[in-house]
Design a protein around this ligand. Structure first.
Ligand code: TNX
Length: 463
């Protein structure tokens, strides 16, 4: 047949099922993938070869649908190409999440880490614990009350939408810290049992789940059961970061537990907590993912550490046989400003700028890491934290946001840094080139313009 586009599954399957071949001839285009994912990635490449206007629903009809002849074989360098969206601190409506999935799919990113629990908000409906959302999803009083959550139906829609674009959504059910929203809803989950309110300012609450009471584990068991019915991912992110042990130290239940287990430190208690959760979710066939705090000490089964503190954590994780995903604060924190040029839009200010070029310099296979650990390095994941958006301080500073277009600002933080991250995760090292990437940036901007995405044009360097 002439003038057709063939989408095919390879008959002789390769081991890498995300790969594809694409051939463009005079009268026929063929995309062949090891799996549907491979075919999908081939179509994304084809879209990029067409004029940028095709990304715009109104302009696409008038565009000249012409593609240059081509023959290519393409395979991703890493299997985990991710982005984290912090919907807990700033509630992103479902439509933005769907749009964000589109933004990822355009770049063949396949993992959305969904930060749905934090001190400032609990975002997913759990039917057995309705207060998690009726109380935990909202903060502030009267006219200042803000928030929102996703009903289970919304989650199903997002998961299906993502799956159709080969994006796996991994929910993060934070524990034991960053959970004031849950504690405000069900005070018995904390050590003191006192009534708290959902966090309205950014700081990390000292209230954490009580590790001494069995009721904490019963609660988590129920939450996981409902969560797993919604998210088919083989992974569950359990947070594990930044636990302050003040409450455990003063809690008779926690101290009794510590003594009974013969543990010396509260840190060991957290390891015990993680181990119990790991066992709990294993029954559902899930592998735990956590911030690098969780992979430091003896977990029974393999886990995935999201390396954020520093590279040494990845070395430790690898030596212990755990997997690593790079979310390093020096490369992957997209809430951080891109330069220190006066007037630069900023979200998080606790870290030095992360320029586009810096993102491009990330190599998940860290320098000095023994080659034998390569299979344990799964890839990279950038974070879009929203803690600075809690009280509108950043909102007022940034003109884009004054028009109540905060989502555009998140686009601005994401693009084109996401393009750099995608290339770092996908393209063979020998073919990565910053100067070449820079030259191609213009074509990315045209696509953003047409798709209606916000983005930041890198500024000249300050001398
Ligand atoms: C650190 S990275 C955090 C988050 C903040 C972020 C702000 C990590 C595991 N925790 O709670 O939102 O910095 O950049």
């Amino acid at each position: 047949m002439k003038n057709v586009i063939y989408l095919k599954l390879k008959t002789n399957k390769t081991t890498d099922n995300e790969s594809y071949t694409l051939s463009v001839k005079n009268d026929q285009i063929t995309i062949e993938g090891g799996t549907a994912a491979g075919v999908f990635y081939g179509t994304q490449t084809l879209l990029q070869m067409l004029p940028a206007e095709i990304y715009n629903k109104e302009r696409q009809r008038a565009a000249k649908w012409e593609v240059k002849g081509a023959l290519m074989e393409d395979t991703p360098l890493y299997p985990w190409r991710g982005m984290m969206l912090d919907v807990a601190r700033y509630f992103f409506e479902k439509d933005y999440v769907l749009r964000f999935i589109d933004m990822m799919a355009m770049y063949k990113m396949n993992t959305l880490h969904f930060h749905v629990v934090d001190d400032a908000g609990w975002r997913i409906e759990i039917k057995k614990y309705p207060k998690l959302t009726s109380v935990g999803a909202f903060r502030g009083e009267g006219a200042n009350r803000v928030g929102g959550y996703y009903r289970q139906e919304d989650i199903k829609e997002m998961v299906a939408y993502a799956a159709a674009r080969n994006v796996d959504i991994i929910p993060e059910i934070e524990l034991p810290a960053h959970v004031l929203s849950a504690i405000a809803a069900y005070p018995y989950l904390s050590c003191t049992g006192e009534q708290y309110t959902v966090q309205t300012q950014h700081s990390i609450s000292h209230e954490i789940y009580c590790v001494g009471k069995e009721s904490t584990f019963d609660f988590l068991q129920d939450v996981f059961a409902e969560t797993f019915a919604l998210f088919p991912s083989k992974y569950i992110h359990i947070g594990g970061d930044e636990a302050n042990y003040d409450r455990w130290k003063a809690c008779p239940y926690c101290q009794k537990r510590k003594k009974a287990l013969g543990l010396k430190t509260e840190k060991e208690l957290q390891v015990y907590f993680n181990q119990r959760v790991q066992k709990m979710v294993k029954k559902y066939g899930k592998t735990i993912v956590g911030w690098d705090e969780i992979i430091e000490d003896g977990l029974e089964d393999k886990a995935v550490g999201m390396i954020w503190h520093d590279q040494k954590k990845a070395f430790k994780a690898s030596e212990a046989g755990h997997y690593s995903v790079m979310s390093l604060t020096g490369y992957c924190y997209f809430d951080v400003a891109e330069s220190n040029i006066p007037g630069e839009l900023k979200a998080a200010t606790w870290l030095p700028p992360i320029s586009l070029e810096k993102v491009y310099q990330l190599n998940p296979m860290l320098k000095g890491l023994d080659e034998k650990y390569r299979p344990l390095i799964l890839g990279a994941s950038a974070t879009l934290w929203s803690d600075q958006f809690i009280h509108g301080t950043v909102l007022q500073e940034i003109p884009l946001l004054n028009e109540n277009r905060s989502e555009k600002y998140f686009d601005y933080l994401t693009f084109p840094r996401l393009a750099a991250l995608a290339e770092v995760c996908w393209t063979p090292l020998a073919k990565q080139s910053w100067t070449d990437f820079e030259k191609r940036l213009g074509s990315h901007y045209k696509r953003y313009d047409n798709a209606g995405y916000g983005y930041r044009v890198p500024q000249p360097k300050l001398i």
